[in-house]
Write a protein that binds this ligand. Structure first.
Ligand code: GAL
Length: 760
């Protein structure tokens, strides 16, 4: 049938070959085809250049002077740090006509390029064969198109397309545009013919697991995306970490053209389990196999006894409005009291919100007391009235990773209501931050900034948050416009800071964006600092505390001077996205140089959390595996990173809740000592990171960064300690056997074992 799609002369040629095959080598040929999958050609290395020139698409362009590139990693991971703009990849490849031999469908050639951040145009020997996303006009300013970074590129062209040079050297040239975060390819491009199995897809990520009591269930779909039928066997097998099969099923199935069939699976969710979905095609025995890990829950349920959580210290300027909600859990109702509460402050016994006016300069020690019918909890708390804010890393929510530019008052309120409903404030989650997209296109006649129609009452929103013991964050840029093209603070800094104070703002994220045009090539340190000093001078004049979050993607090693401009936190890299590549690069590769600068009130910000239902306005469940999500929260906690949720809080599932309500893990992040994290072991397969805690113990993270399960050992010598130590698994909140020598654990791919060790 496929022969009919080809040009007439090719049809005659192919029909001749087919009949010759049938007549001469029928038996032997069919047998040799049987078990051999279609050949794939992998393009493991290419050359790369930033910039843009139309001639770089050509097959004959001389690229000898270009740098080598590994397409499996973004360009940021290969020396093109924070590069935003257009760049080109070129791959040389011989495409042997022999790859047609084993292919079931010989009429098309497939180019699988994986995900590309963000837009691409792909050329074969100068001919455009595929394009996804948008590009700025040549020489023009960046465009903000739809985020197509997650789209898997599969470009197909006919086998008789003149662009293909069969049995000769071809050049695959890929023009890529990226305007924020990691850029470029992230997997090895593969060229292949189409096999019968190529049209089969197993859709398993679309429907998330559904939680019910202690079990989970989900529906997956087997799809035939080709216009011919395909037959085979689909098997599903779920095996837990104790090697027990907790679910299995097989089905012999024939799918007609474009047909699909759904399957349900369910199993007990109390241990880590790997589910394999495997389709074996009858004719060739080729198989399509994908696996996923269940969203297994480690955090124990909150106990009925009162327990006080979150930060143990709080910084404020004397005379500023004071709001602090005592984070506590336990069977309701809880009542709250504070011993030694400084004058000018009062605690609401029912809500636990302390409010009033901050006392004079000094250090105030007090006790929080939280009671319920079962008992009481008591914990020391220190207020430091002085110049420093954010004495522990800010925790809360920011609209960007969830809603992108579509944020609105309604969405902030709905996320706030969910936060309150799930009791996240009782674990220390406090800030509700509006990111980009809130400003009207024009200032008022007197020059004041005006919110757009999506935010009818900023002061009202502030009041609502404060009433619930929460804090209010906002976003702007020192340039004329924000990254999203909204109005920003350039030359209106004094007015904007005053407006923020009037609305009850407690936190400002100040994002460089268009200020780069004002800098006009000034690459000096003073030039980088200037806009942040200008806004600093206005913020300190306000009669309220505004935590200052610098966002300039790590330029001029901001961690070495962020504190000088009164910054409380500063982004250390470009934007994060919900992929292992991004998490790995930002968390493991880029942070080590910044950690020595961690101190109370001075936090390196490796960007917001990428767990839960994220999407930058294009909502989906995070693409991180459950193990990667445990790694994310564990590493961010060891790094003392600000913890800002970036998901739609109205869609929190039990797994995400388990990630963000583990008080022992959060305590590592919020530890008052703010001791810099240290990487004490680094191999190609795993890393061990350590943070000293205030009580003399150490938080130790054993991270498996490889693609396979690994056993990771850490001996006390490497930690610089001797003697007998208690070991506690912090996620499971369980003590492990003590040791006088060290600790060892099997850790799944991209997963973590987080323990706290303390001297006996
Ligand atoms: C980026 C920033 C993001 C987000 C966005 C808004 O520059 O890094 O976190 O704020 O701008 O447009």
């Amino acid at each position: 049938m496929f022969i009919n799609h080809l040009k007439p002369n090719t049809q005659i040629y192919m029909k001749w070959i087919l009949s010759a095959c049938i007549a001469i080598v029928f038996g032997a040929f069919i047998v040799s085809m049987k078990n051999s999958p279609p050949q794939d050609i992998q393009l493991k290395t290419g050359v790369f250049k930033t910039g843009d020139d139309a001639s770089w698409s050509s097959g004959t362009f001389n690229d000898a002077a270009w740098g080598k590139i590994d397409p499996s990693k973004n360009w940021e991971q290969q020396g093109y740090d924070n590069y935003d703009g257009i760049a080109w990849y070129r791959f040389k490849v011989t495409i042997p006509s022999s790859i047609k031999n084993d292919a079931a469908w010989k009429d098309s050639l497939n180019f699988s390029l994986g995900q590309i951040a963000n837009s691409d145009e792909t050329y074969l020997n100068g001919t455009l064969i595929g394009k996804t996303g948008t590009f700025p006009a040549r020489g023009a300013a960046p465009v903000r198109g739809r985020n197509t970074g997650n789209v898997i590129r599969n470009y197909r062209i006919a086998s008789n397309n003149n662009a293909i040079l069969w049995d000769k050297e071809n050049v695959l040239a890929i023009r890529v545009y990226n305007s924020r975060g990691n850029g470029g390819l992230s997997s090895i491009p593969v060229i292949s013919m189409l096999g019968r199995i190529t049209g089969v897809k197993i859709a398993y990520t679309q429907n998330p697991f559904v939680f019910k009591d202690k079990s989970i269930s989900k529906t997956i779909t087997l799809q035939n995306t080709f216009a011919t039928s395909v037959a085979g066997v689909l098997s599903i097998k779920a095996v837990n970490d104790d090697n027990k099969v907790v679910f299995s099923s097989t089905d012999a199935v024939t799918l007609g053209a474009m047909d699909k069939k759904s399957y349900n699976l369910f199993f007990d969710n109390s241990s880590r389990t790997v589910v394999e979905y495997k389709f074996v095609e009858n004719g060739t025995n080729n198989n399509l196999t994908v696996t996923e890990t269940n969203p297994y829950i480690l955090t124990p349920a909150v106990g009925p006894m009162p327990r006080i959580n979150g930060a143990k210290i709080f910084g404020i300027r004397p005379g500023s409005p004071f709001i602090f909600k005592i984070p506590a859990t336990g069977k309701l109702p809880l009542t709250y009291a504070v011993q030694n509460l400084p004058k000018g402050l009062a605690v609401n016994a029912q809500t636990g919100v302390i409010s009033g006016v901050a006392p004079a300069k000094g250090e105030y020690k007090m006790y929080f007391i939280v009671k319920n019918a079962l008992g009481q909890a008591k914990r020391e708390f220190t207020v430091k009235a002085g110049n420093l804010l954010a004495l522990t890393p800010p925790m809360g929510w920011d609209s960007w990773n969830a809603w992108g530019l579509t944020v609105s008052d309604e969405k902030v309120r709905s996320s706030t209501n969910s936060l309150l409903k799930y009791g996240l404030q009782n674990h220390g989650w406090t800030y509700m931050n509006i990111d980009d997209g809130w400003e009207a296109p024009k200032r008022a006649d007197n020059g004041e900034i005006v919110p757009n129609e999506k935010f009818p009452d900023m002061a009202g929103l502030g009041e609502y948050l404060h009433k619930n013991g929460l804090k209010f964050g906002i976003y702007s840029s020192p340039g004329p416009t924000t990254c999203g093209g909204y109005l920003a603070s350039y030359q209106h800094e004094a007015q904007d800071a005053a407006s923020y104070a009037k609305w009850g703002i407690d936190y400002l994220k100040y994002d460089l964006c268009s200020y780069r045009t004002i800098m006009a090539g000034d690459t000096t340190l003073a030039g980088a600092q200037k806009p942040y000093f200008v806004m600093r001078d206005q913020l300190v004049k306000q009669n309220r505390d505004i935590v200052y979050s610098l966002c300039q993607y790590g330029g001029k090693d901001v961690w070495t001077w962020g504190r000088k401009v009164n910054g409380n936190l500063w982004r250390t890299t470009g934007d994060i996205n919900d992929s292992w590549g991004s998490l790995f690069n930002i968390g493991f590769v880029q942070q080590e140089k910044t950690t020595p600068y961690t101190a109370p009130g001075s936090w390196n910000d490796p960007d917001m959390l990428i767990i839960g239902y994220v999407g930058w306005g294009n909502q989906h469940n995070t693409r991180l595996t459950p193990d990667e999500q445990y790694t994310h929260i564990s590493l961010w906690s060891i790094l003392s990173a600000p913890l800002l949720l970036g998901c739609d809080l109205s869609k929190l599932d039990p797994f995400t809740l388990n990630l963000i309500t583990n008080d022992e893990v959060i305590a590592v992040d919020q530890d008052p000592k703010a001791s810099p994290a240290k990487r004490i072991v680094k191999t190609a397969d795993y890393e061990v990171w350590v943070k000293d805690l205030e009580d003399g113990s150490k938080a130790v993270g054993l991270f498996n960064i490889s693609a396979a399960t690994n056993t990771i050992n850490i001996n006390w010598k490497a930690l610089g300690i001797t003697g007998n130590y208690n070991i506690r698994d912090i996620w499971r909140q369980k003590n492990l056997p003590k040791s006088a020598t060290g600790f060892s654990s099997v850790v799944p791919s991209h997963g973590v074992r987080l323990v706290k060790i303390s001297k006996i």
